[in-house]
Design a protein around this ligand. Structure first.
Ligand code: ATP
Length: 561
């Protein structure tokens, strides 16, 4: 049987225009703008290497990746970016009407940049016809944001947030006719509180955060809380089904840790992120809610880590004055102290149709698993019809001594660990990967940690278990009373300090401490006993997801056009 061919895109306009003193056949259809040299093919110059998608002298730009089009003031064709800008005088005289198209161009390592092409016409009517035809196509792209609320943390990373926004991002937004209201934060939690109570969200198509992961966390806390509050949902109830946020979030990386941006776009480059926002793609994302005894603690989108990662964070917070080097120093110190923690983990495993943590396939742009109907919604629907005993029946319980308990809601890939803590974790399938590292020798633990930085299967060790889960609970063996917890918070863990003191004096000690802390996306949680539930696709980012490398390397095939 013959395969059904997809319908070709509708042809809208086609003319012979000139570019760099040469004749080009320029075509606009509902999917692509293309230009193809009509004269004999000439040798490609070195400057053409990073041109738009090409197939044998042809150039194709998807309409959804055109940023803007405008009539160009001649004789001086255009300024700024791009490479087909200088028009020889002779040609400029005969083709003095021109328009410039700005579009997304891919470079290496998932980076995007804004490029331009200026095409020349013999008469103004034709020129205006082209501008109008392209603008009409752009106006059909209703997913693109028109008005954004921007929060800038001026102190994130190397204190360059404001400069990055003004120099690299604002010009792209203005070229794409996006209007913005910009708020420079004046204190921690300023953005969160503003979103929660004051911001007139109806005015905007999205919220942009300029900063690091801490700033992103503020934004999601503000936005999720506001959405639940507006819908009368009580965040303190661990079993509530939360309402997804309607506004999308854009991240402009300007922090010292920008892992969420890296995991959703594939690079930490402000221009790339700005272009992802402009083209208006949506990347849904799961969010974990964390509760202690029906009290809401926090939301998490990347890593929840108890034991090793909790201790590294606790120690590094005391060394803030050291700058980013503190993470390495605390990492080595925590590794050498080699503490393990006893407790019970119970979890609700995910169905197999959402993949497994040891899959070879990674979550990429347009991921098929994340496109499945939400498994989380399935649970809440089922919960109404099944009894409590049945619900409890599917939970699994594991007791033991652990060096680390990690829950990865996404791969947690970052430049230091390009595959991440759980390479096959998905951004939006309603699950988290629960990684249990049982008590083992220092040497074995080091082997496990080193696998975060290389290509080997990091779960292929007898002391490591991994489960894909929708909910989990952790109870430390020695459950704290509230007064003990207060004491621990007030004293910075007196008992722990006592043991830490001993361990410092006896570096070979691998003693068990009563409690570690949870590292929740880089924040320390006050409670060790927690309940975690993954909320499928609770938020959406302005992002396309990480594109397969082939998108960068291969030109579109002609049959696709
Ligand atoms: N104006 C401000 N003054 C002080 N702190 C702020 C301000 N605005 C935001 N913050 C806080 O700064 C923290 C760190 O911000 P951000 O994530 O942008 O930068 P970072 O350098 O990656 O952070 P970190 O040093 O924690 O890795 C956030 O938790 C945020 O709440």
């Amino acid at each position: 049987m013959q395969e059904k061919q997809p319908k070709p895109p509708l042809l809208l306009l086609s003319s012979q225009l000139s570019l760099q003193n040469r004749g080009y056949e320029v075509t606009l259809n509902s999917a692509f703008l293309s230009w193809k040299e009509v004269e004999t093919r000439q040798k490609r110059t070195a400057a053409n290497i990073y041109g738009p998608l090409k197939a044998a002298g042809s150039h194709y730009v998807p309409v959804c990746e055109i940023i803007s089009v405008q009539e160009t003031e001649e004789d001086c064709p255009s300024t700024g970016i791009g490479k087909w800008q200088k028009v020889p005088q002779s040609l400029a005289e005969s083709n003095q009407y021109a328009f410039t198209v700005s579009y997304v161009e891919r470079t290496q390592k998932h980076r995007w940049r804004c490029s331009e092409v200026t095409l020349h016409c013999t008469d103004r009517t034709l020129c205006l016809q082209w501008v109008q035809a392209i603008r009409e196509q752009l106006s059909l792209l209703t997913i693109r944001p028109k008005r954004l609320l921007v929060y800038i943390n001026p102190y994130g990373g190397k204190h360059r947030g404001k400069r990055i926004y003004e120099q690299k991002v604002a010009p792209i937004f203005s070229r794409a006719s996006i209007s913005t209201d910009v708020i420079i934060t004046e204190r921690a939690n300023h953005a969160r509180d503003h979103l929660k109570t004051e911001a007139d969200l109806k005015k905007y198509d999205g919220v942009v955060c300029v900063g690091g992961d801490g700033m992103f966390s503020e934004i999601i806390h503000g936005l999720i809380s506001r959405t639940q509050c507006d819908s009368g949902v009580d965040q303190n109830r661990a079993d509530e089904t939360l309402i997804p946020c309607s506004l999308r979030i854009g991240i402009i990386p300007a922090g010292s840790t920008d892992c969420i941006c890296y995991a959703t776009v594939g690079s930490n480059d402000p221009v790339t992120s700005a272009l992802h926002i402009v083209v208006g793609d949506s990347q849904p994302m799961d969010v974990c809610s964390i509760h202690h005894n029906n009290t809401f603690l926090r939301y998490s989108v990347s890593l929840l880590g108890y034991g090793f990662y909790g201790d590294v964070l606790t120690d590094s917070e005391r060394k803030r004055w050291m700058g980013p080097a503190r993470y390495d120093i605390s990492g080595v110190k925590t590794f050498l102290s080699h503490h393990y923690y006893e407790g019970t983990i119970s979890f609700l495993p995910a169905d197999e149709n959402v993949g497994t943590p040891r899959d070879k396939l990674q979550c990429r742009s347009g991921c098929n698993i994340c496109r499945l109907p939400s498994a989380d919604k399935q649970v809440s629907k089922d919960e109404e019809s099944i009894s409590d005993t049945e619900k409890k029946g599917v939970w699994q319980v594991i007791r033991g001594k652990f060096l680390a308990i990690n829950a990865a809601c996404m791969s947690c890939a970052c430049p230091r660990s390009p595959k991440g803590l759980s390479p096959a974790a998905h951004l939006a399938n309603g699950t988290a990967d629960l990684i249990l590292v049982r008590k083992c020798s220092r040497f074995d633990f080091l082997r496990h940690l080193l696998r975060h930085t290389n290509k080997d299967d990091q779960f292929d060790h007898p002391f490591v278990e991994v489960y894909r889960v929708r909910q989990f609970r952790f109870t430390p063996r020695y459950e704290e009373t509230d007064s003990e917890l207060e004491l621990r918070e007030a004293e910075g863990s007196g008992r722990k300090r006592f043991f830490s003191q001993i361990c410092r004096e006896h570096p070979a000690c691998t003693c068990s401490l009563a409690h570690s802390s949870w590292n929740c996306d880089g924040e320390i949680l006050p409670h060790a006993a927690i309940q975690v539930r993954v909320h499928c696709q609770l938020i959406k980012l302005f992002a396309r997801g990480i594109e397969e490398q082939s998108v960068f390397e291969e030109p579109y095939t002609l049959s696709a056009i």
